[in-house]
Design a protein around this ligand. Sequence first.
Ligand code: NAD
Ligand code: GLY
Length: 365
Amino acid sequence: MTSIDSVQVETPGGSYPIHIAAGRLDALAESIPDDATAIAVVSNTTVAALYGRRVGQTLAATGKHMVLIELPDGEAHKTWESLNLVFDALLGAQLDRKVVLVALGGGVVGDMCGFAAACYMRGVRFIQVPTTLLAQVDSSVGGKTAINHPMGKNMIGAFYQPLAVEIDTDVLSTLPAREISAGLAETIKYGMIADEAFFSWCENHVQDLRARDPEALRHAIRRSCELKAWVVSQDERESGLRAILNFGHTFAHAIESGLGYGQWLHGEAVGCGMVLAAELSVRECGLAPEQAERIRALVAAIGCPVQAPDLGTQRWLDLMRVDKKTQGRVIRFVLLDRLGQARVSPVPDERVEAVLAAIPAGQGS
Ligand code: NAD
Ligand code: GLY
């Protein structure tokens, strides 16, 4: 019998367990409520080809009507068009409001399926089954759901909590190495913003993590989920504390929309964004330069880019202003006082420019 780690999320919008175990896909039927009339598995072409059949067989044990909805793969498809494919399939199969959606995939599928669940018939239940490291440590937990708009990342969405998060660590074996690196960016983020000891642990285990050592991955996933659950249980709707989870993301979202969604992976952009945010933290709130250097070194060690693309200073600023933290056109950044302690601060454009000016011309654009 495989052991299961459990972490509980408690929010006004819903309380639910995160289960973490090898082989958890085979126990998915346990999380389907008895009164569900049907199950709609929302996935993409890549993940459905790998795991769709197995999940279908597992869920068949419930005896409930089941449909599989396959979306096109990729961040560039996190759009209204894909969302409508889900609604077309749900309505086409005449599924009622007791349907349970199952998000089987990475953060793109999870965010879109969650948003579809929030909207279909004004809200139906859903379960997160994250299959990338990034989705297991971050996007499946906490109820942020969204699609992208050509003018800004994740700009259209809702807070909507799942019934459960079911994490099967075995599925990481089929994930490309680049995606492991991208997931590690969100993993090491927790150490930077909230747990210096976890940051040090990641420094000491970076090679184990990249080599997919099962024990190292399981520890990293559990600790990340604990830290994320701790944050969102205090501030579900990001009226304060939750914003610290966006460390590096203001720079990252500009990279993603500036280069075109899908050029850099979200986690890669976050890794590079955290290096820039650490440099800004040195200037703005006295983060020790040695700690900023440890952040740069760890981002490089997980295999993410540390050199920012040259988008042009004005374009960087315009793109970063399209951010949900912006107030009165002043961009607000998550900054570090020290490793393990974050805060949100407004930073005038001219002081951000000092960091952007250090990006070599023509780099990575
Ligand atoms: P993704 O969903 O695009 O998945 C990455 C790639 O891996 C895709 O090609 C996918 O098909 C493939 N894949 C997934 N599981 C696989 C497996 N087990 N084996 C082989 N291939 C597999 O990207 P992602 O990094 O998981 O998620 C990024 C998205 O998550 C972004 O859109 C980002 O905005 C969002 N996000 C949301 C939150 C949140 O709180 N809701 C937090 C962080 C990120
Ligand atoms: N990934 C940021 C958040 O969940 O708030």
